[in-house]
Structures are given as structure tokens and as C-alpha cells.
Write a protein that binds this ligand. Sequence first.
Ligand code: FA5
Length: 336
Amino acid sequence: MSLNEELKTTEDAALAKIGAAGDVAALERVRPEALGKSSALRGFLRQLGKLPAEERPEAGRVINEAQARVEAAFEEKLATLRDAELARRLDTERVDVTMPPPRPITGSLHPLTLTRREVERIFISMGYEVAEGPEIETEYNNFDALNIKADHPARDMHDTFYLDTPAGGILRTHTSPVQIRYMLKHKPPLAIIAPGRVFRVDDVDATHSPVFHQVEGLLVDKKVSMAHLKSTLIEFLRALYSDDIEIRFRPSYFPFTEPSAEIDMKWRSGKGDTWLEMGGAGMVHPNVLRNVGIDPAEYSGFAFGCGLERLAMLRYGLSAMRPLYENDIRYLRQFR
Ligand code: FA5
């Protein structure tokens, strides 16, 4: 066989293998024998030395041309196979752009925060301002100014957390000291609510916790009466729950109000209907007004303090307080 014939056979074999490759991976497997250093075509170049010198240039050119054709065929086949693969992927791996993406995990507001905000919204709509006070209080603001005498049982170590610091102080046992702070700075007429955290040496049960929240309310103006207090609280509780709630005002005693009442609401617990104490209320005691420099002959006022946890329990139908403090995301998410 002449060189040309041998060359033709080798080239055809390489082209046939290239042509037969069904996908890019198969084509790549053909690459070494078709184009590699030890391919049959390269073998021809190594044999050039055996030819008579005058035949070498022509033979070299013919071999290089064959090599170039195989290379071109290879690249063309590679491009074709890649296009085909892309087309197949576009066809099968369709992206549904209308599909909603997975939702990012977002936080949600705590049921106590949601309840506090709703309480604030209702009172703001009735013209009240939201006031604040510190959680560390003086005994004077927490007790004395509120007409709670030094021998009152609430001041006992068992109820109050006393701070063991040179400056002294206590953790406020209720939000009522905000009344004092606000009235020392503002003259009547005034209407505020003061939500916040309070502390008591209390054991934990379904409706008690040593740390809990209250919402204080205070309104001082001329000729304020118990009727204003009742209608305001009924209006508030109806706005928070519904018009058909059952509320009860029970005569009670607080040193800083006179007369005083306890506000109860019907609570549907697992054990049947019971009355749950939502808060205390009453007409601001004249001594309290005097303590902040307001003349009780000219002004009168009402005040109330509700447990925020209790408000939340009734709002969401909770049977216990403890889960409100356990920060279990599965529990808290239900209130979104
Ligand atoms: C007071 O704290 C008064 N300062 C309320 C007040 C304000 C009366 C203004 C008059 C005028 P009392 O100790 O009853 O009152 O608490 C008020 C409410 O806080 C209770 O009715 C209850 O709803 C809630 N509460 C009391 N103790 C706890 C506790 N350990 N855990 C959760 N909630 C509590």
C-alpha cells in the first residue's frame, strides 16, 4: 500500500470513530487515538525520516492536511454534541419561574408584644398617651408616694425583690409608680397608660409568675368619677375582645385608690368557666394627688392596673402562662 492509501485508511478510521461518538464523553474518549501524541497519524510523521529526502516535503504536507481534517472534524463534532446536550437540558430541565421560592425564615412578634400593642392602640384611639418608667424603682415611688405605709405586707421581703447595692432600690412590684413619675412632671388634665415589666416574689403556677407585665392606666381631670372608670374599662375590654364578654367589678382595697375595685373576666379554662382577675382599679386616693402636688379639691382621677399576661391568655385562649416565657419557636409562631 502506498503512503497515501495508508494515510487515507487511517484518516477514515479516525473520522469514523469521531462520527460514531454519541455524546461528548464518548467523543472525549476518542481524542487520544485521533489527535493525541501517539495517534496513528502522528506515527506517519515519525516515519518521514525513512523516505528519500525529495519526497519528504510532499509527504509531510499530505500528513499535516489529513491531521488538520481530523482535528476539524473533531471540533465540529464536539460543537454539535454540546449544542445537542444543551438543547436536551433546556428541554428537560425546565425552570418554572412562576413557582414561589422557599420562604426565608422570619421572626414573629411575641403574643405579649402583640397584646401590648393592641392595648396601646385602643387607648391611643381614646386620647391616651403611652408613658414609661424604670424597672428599678425607689421604695418611695413604688410604695410611699402611693400611700402604701411602711408596715404594709406588700413591702415584706416575701413579696418584693430588694436590691443588695449601695444605692438600694427595688424591682418595681407594679406599674403604679409610673403614675407618680408622670404626675410629678405633668399637670392635669392627663391620661396615660404605662405598660411594662414588674417583679414579685411569687411562685409560678398557671396564672402567676415572678416576672410579669402590667398595663397601668391613669386619668386625672376635673369631676372624674367612678362612672368614667367603669365605662372606660368596659369600652377597652370590649375593643380588645368582643361586645359579649362578661366583666365583673368586685369591691376591693388598694392603699392608693378609694374606692377600689377588682376587675374580673369570665375565663373558659379546661375546668369550666371561672372568673379571672384582670386587674385592680379605683379612684386615685387624695393622698396620692397631694404627694405629687395636685389639689384633690380641684381634681380627681381614676387608675387601673391590668396583668398583660392575663389579657393575652384570654385573647388567645391560653390555659397557662409558662409557655409565654419558654421561647419555643413552635409555640410562638402560632400567634403570627
Ligand atoms: C396592683 O398591682 C395594683 N398596682 C393595680 C392597681 C393599679 C390598682 C391602679 C388600682 C389602681 P394587683 O397586685 O392586684 O394590683 O395586680 C394587678 C394585676 O396584675 C392582677 O389583677 C393580675 O392580673 C396581675 N398579676 C398580679 N400578680 C401576678 C403574677 N404573679 N403573675 C401574673 N400576673 C399577675
